[in-house]
Write a protein that binds this ligand. Structure first.
Ligand code: F6P
Length: 515
C-alpha cells in the first residue's frame, strides 16, 4: 500500500532539503488572532481555508509567518519585534505581525483585493470595482510587506512563500531588492481567462509582479493555462506553454498546479473525539433532529458560495416532494465575512430574506426547514454537524478549491453521508463520487438533494470511501511537499550552480512516500 504524506515526512523533508534556508511565509490573513473577550484575551483561528490549511504546514516546517495583525488584542500579545510564538499552547513557529492603518486595510484588503481582484477572478457575476486610490494603497501595502520580509531575511539564504491575491506585486519587489531569494507564490483563487483579466486596469503591473516568482502555483491546470495565455497576450515575455514556463528579463517563472488539501489525520482524530461526540448530542437537541433528516451547508457569507441558489433549490425540493415536509432540516452556517462591503451586506440580506420566505411558506409551529446560523463556529462544532448530516451541500458559483467539501469527507469515518458538490469548484476535479451539480440550476440541485436522501446505504458507503481515500492521499502535507519538491527541481535547473540546500531533488521513495 502507498504511504501518504504526513506531518513528520514534510518536517523531515524541510529539515534536510531547506537546511540553511530561512523559511518565510507571507499572507494577509494571520493564522491566529488575539481578541478581547469578557474572560480576557482569546486566541482564535479566523474562518477560511488559508489559515486552517497552512497552520499545519507551518507546524511541520517551523519558520516565520508574516501577516497583517487584525485582532483587536494583537498589539498586546507581541514582543518588541512584533513577534509571537504559535500555536499558543505548543509553540512551533513564529508570527510576525504587520500593522496596517484603518485606511490601508480598507483600500488594500476591502478595496483592491476584495472589490477588485476577488470578483475579477471568480466568475460569479459581481462587478469588480477598480479604484485608483485603492490601487496606490495596494502597492504601498505590498511595499510594507516587502520591507518586513527583507528585514526578517537579512542577508541569509531564504525561501519566501507568498499566499494569494493580496500580494501580486510583492514577488517583483523582493526579486529587485534581493535577486538571490528563492520565491514561490500560491494563488488560492481561480485565474480567469485572458479576456476577463484584461478588464483589470493595472494588469501589466500585476503580471510583472507575479513574474518575480521562481514558482507560481495555482489550484488547477486550467488556471495555469489561463495565466500563461494572459501573460502571452499582455507582456513582453517568452511564454513556453508546453513547458509551463515564462521567461521575462532573463528570469524564469515556472507555473504549476498544486491542488490544496487538508490535514486529514488531525481532522479525523478530532472527529473521533469526545468533544465532537458531546457536540453531536447538543446539535441533535438544538436542531430538534429526532425523526428528521439533516442537510448542511457551511460557508463564509460570500456571494461566490451560491447560498441563495442553494436555498431556492431547497424550496423547490419541498415543493416537488411533499414527503420531506416536516421531515428535513437544513442547517446553514454562514460565517460573517468582509461585511463592511455593500456586496456582502446585500448577499446577507438576500440569504435572510430567502430563509424567512421558505420557512414561512413550508414551516409549521413545530418545524423550520431552514436553520440559519450566522456566526463563527469552532472546528468541533462544525465536525459534529458533518457527522450528523445525511447530505452536505457545497454550491459555490466558482471556487478555487473549497476545503469544506474535503472536511466533510474527512469527518465521516462511518463512510456515510452524501456530498452534493458544485462542478465549478476545484474540489470537483478530485471528488468524482460526489453528486456533482450546476449550482445555477434550481431543478438539478433539487433533484440531487432527493437523490442524496434516497441513495442506498451501500452506494453511499462506496462513494464516501472513495472520497475519503482521495482526501487522505491528497492532503496538505502532500501539497506542500510537492510544491517544495518542484521548487527544488526548478531552482537546480535554473541556477546551474549548486545551491547547497536545494541541490538534490527530493526523493520521496527514500521516505516511503508517493508524490
Ligand atoms: O479562498 C481564498 C481566500 O483568500 C482563502 O485563501 C481564505 O482563507 C479565504 O479566502 C478567506 O479570506 P479572508 O482572509 O478575506 O477572510
Amino acid at each position: 500500500m502507498l504511504k501518504v504524506w504526513r506531518r513528520e515526512v514534510l518536517r523531515e523533508f524541510v529539515r534536510t532539503k531547506l537546511n540553511g534556508y530561512r523559511f518565510i511565509l507571507v499572507s494577509n490573513r494571520e493564522p491566529f488572532e488575539h481578541r478581547h473577550a469578557s474572560t480576557g484575551i482569546n486566541c482564535v483561528q479566523p474562518a477560511g481555508g488559508l489559515a486552517s490549511a497552512l497552520d499545519p504546514v507551518m507546524r511541520a516546517c517551523g519558520g516565520l509567518w508574516i501577516a497583517h495583525g487584525s485582532g483587536d488584542a494583537d498589539t498586546q500579545t507581541v514582543d518588541k519585534f512584533d513577534r509571537v510564538k504559535l500555536p499558543p499552547d505548543d509553540a512551533q513557529y513564529t508570527l510576525r505581525r504587520v500593522w496596517l492603518s484603518k485606511e490601508e486595510h480598507e483600500a488594500h484588503y476591502l478595496g483592491l483585493s476584495n472589490q477588485g481582484i476577488w470578483p475579477l477572478c471568480h466568475v460569479a457575476f459581481t462587478r469588480p470595482v477598480f479604484d485608483a486610490d485603492d490601487w496606490q494603497a495596494y502597492r504601498r501595502v505590498n511595499e510594507r510587506f516587502a520591507e518586513t520580509v527583507l528585514e526578517e531575511a537579512g542577508s541569509d539564504p531564504a525561501f519566501v512563500f507568498i499566499q494569494d491575491y493580496h500580494f501580486a506585486l510583492l514577488p517583483r519587489m523582493l526579486r529587485n531588492a534581493r535577486p538571490n531569494l528563492v520565491i514561490a507564490q500560491f494563488w488560492h483563487v481561480p485565474w480567469p481567462n485572458s479576456e476577463v483579466f484584461n478588464l483589470f486596469p493595472w494588469k501589466d503591473e500585476i503580471l510583472d509582479g507575479l513574474l518575480g516568482n521562481d514558482l507560481l502555483g495555482f489550484q488547477l491546470q486550467h488556471h495555469c493555462q489561463n495565466f500563461l495565455k494572459t501573460v502571452d497576450c499582455s507582456l513582453e515575455a517568452r511564454v513556453d506553454e508546453s513547458g509551463s514556463e515564462i521567461c521575462r528579463g532573463g528570469h524564469s517563472t515556472h507555473v504549476r498546479p498544486f491542488p490544496i488539501g487538508i490535514d486529514f489525520d488531525a481532522h479525523a482524530e478530532l472527529a473521533d473525539s469526545d468533544a465532537v461526540a458531546n457536540q453531536t448530542r447538543r446539535w441533535r437537541e438544538e436542531l430538534s433532529l429526532k425523526g428528521k433528516m439533516l442537510g448542511i451547508g457551511i460557508d463564509r457569507l460570500d456571494y461566490t458560495k451560491g447560498i441563495p441558489e442553494r436555498l431556492r433549490s431547497l424550496g423547490r425540493l419541498l415543493e416537488m416532494h411533499p414527503q420531506y415536509r416536516g421531515k428535513l432540516v437544513f442547517a446553514q452556517i454562514a460565517v460573517p465575512s468582509r461585511s463592511s462591503l455593500p456586496e456582502y451586506r446585500n448577499i446577507e440580506q438576500e440569504v435572510d430574506y430567502l430563509t424567512a420566505q421558505i420557512n414561512r411558506r413550508w414551516g409549521t409551529s413545530s418545524w423550520r426547514p431552514i436553520v440559519l446560523m450566522k456566526r463563527n463556529y469552532n472546528a468541533s462544532e462544525m465536525i459534529a454537524l458533518h457527522r450528523l448530516a445525511d447530505f452536505c451541500v457545497v454550491s459555490s458559483l466558482h471556487d478555487g478549491m473549497n476545503l469544506v467539501a474535503k472536511e466533510f469527507a474527512a469527518s465521516r469515518a462511518d463512510e456515510d453521508g452524501v456530498l452534493v458538490l458544485s462542478k465549478f469548484t476545484g474540489a470537483a476535479h478530485e471528488l468524482k463520487e460526489a453528486l456533482q451539480v450546476n449550482p445555477f440550476s434550481v431543478e438539478e440541485c433539487a433533484n440531487a438533494y432527493r437523490d442524496a436522501l434516497t441513495m442506498q446505504p451501500d452506494e453511499r458507503k462506496r462513494r464516501m470511501r472513495k472520497m475519503r481515500e482521495s482526501v487522505e492521499d491528497n492532503n496538505v502535507y502532500r501539497w506542500a511537499g510537492k510544491l517544495l519538491s518542484e521548487l527544488a527541481r526548478v531552482e537546480t535547473k535554473e541556477k546551474q550552480v549548486p545551491v547547497s540546500a536545494l541541490e538534490t531533488e527530493f526523493q520521496p521513495a527514500a521516505l516511503g512516500v508517493a508524490v
